[in-house]
Design a protein around this ligand. Structure first.
Ligand SMILES: C[S@@+](CC[C@H](N)C(=O)[O-])C[C@H]1O[C@@H](n2cnc3c(N)ncnc32)[C@H](O)[C@@H]1O
Length: 273
């Protein structure tokens, strides 16, 4: 897949930060936390995690050279005291391995890009200290018009020859909340809480919804199409969304997100991968 476009992704940073604000409010970080941020992107939330834990340390891990490059630029602008407590690493969170090192493993809007969530969650369990917390948000918006329309178009001519196998990341990799609740308990976590929350984003028009998706779910489809067909696909998607939403003007874009909270408690059983 093509590399991420940090500017396009951050164009809607206000909306994309809403679930993080919610997670940070509930997380109540104390001093001296040891935190891993998996799929840290351009690093703003990683920095915020460090700011909220005086004396704590945070490592942000991301597999995109463009995103980690932007995070490292941000790093250079920070005060020395904060820099000493922060690290950004180019890496794949599917390889995350640690031995009871972290008090918090955090991840926002990243796990949907990978499969084998059971394996990843079991590795996170192994990396948490006793009492350590897992706090994850995963977009699960595959049923909303924008993503379901991309998928529908991919099954139709002339696009199906290139796109019939393509799925949005949420559709391909994200399981129902109840599956995660069972999985986390089986792995050995306690205080498990898996729930959906829908965020409501005012948009100027359906085209803006397409722009929102362009840096994330829509990339998968555009990547597989020749560049000459990108504008036709985007124009047709926009047109169909105008019909689906019943407007060419302002609308509210509803975005469902899945939250996973859990704790490794003292005496939890051994992890089951
Ligand atoms: C939607 S962005 C979210 C970034 C950041 N967490 C935020 O909230 O702004 C998803 C990020 O996950 C990263 N990512 C996807 N798959 C990954 C993997 N297997 N290992 C590490 N990072 C990954 C991408 O490179 C991208 O930066």
């Amino acid at each position: 897949m093509s590399d991420w476009d940090p500017d396009l992704y951050n164009r809607f940073s206000g909306y994309r930060t809403e679930p993080v604000t919610m997670m940070l409010a509930h997380l109540q970080l104390g001093p001296g936390e040891r935190i891993a941020d998996l799929g840290c992107g351009t690093g703003e939330h990683t920095v915020e995690l460090a700011r909220r834990s005086p004396g704590g340390s945070v490592v942000g891990i991301d597999s995109s050279p463009a995103m980690i490059g932007r995070a490292l630029k941000l790093y250079q602008t920070l005060e020395v005291g904060l820099r000493q407590r922060l690290q950004f690493k180019l890496g794949d969170f599917r390889d995350f391995q640690a031995e009871q090192e972290y008090s918090v493993v955090f991840s926002n809007a990243a796990l949907q890009w990978a499969s084998n969530h059971r394996g990843i969650l079991a590795s996170i369990y192994g990396g948490l200290r006793e009492g350590g917390r897992l706090v994850i948000q995963i977009p699960a918006n595959e049923s909303e018009a924008a993503q379901s329309m991309m998928h529908q178009m991919a099954t139709e001519p002339p696009w199906n020859s290139a796109l019939s196998e393509v799925r949005t990341p949420s559709e391909e990799n994200v399981l129902p909340a109840s599956d995660y609740a069972l999985m986390l308990s089986q792995i050995g976590f306690s205080d498990v809480n898996c729930f959906y929350q829908i965020f409501h984003h005012p948009m100027r028009n359906p085209g803006e919804v397409v722009e929102f998706c362009r840096s994330t779910s829509l990339r998968r489809f555009l990547d597989r199409l020749p560049a000459a067909q990108h504008s036709t696909f985007v124009a047709e998607l926009t047109h169909r969304l105008e019909e689906a939403y019943g407007t060419r003007g302002p609308l509210t874009f509803h975005f469902r997100r899945l939250f996973l909270w859990a704790r490794r408690t003292a005496g939890s059983c051994e992890p089951v991968a």
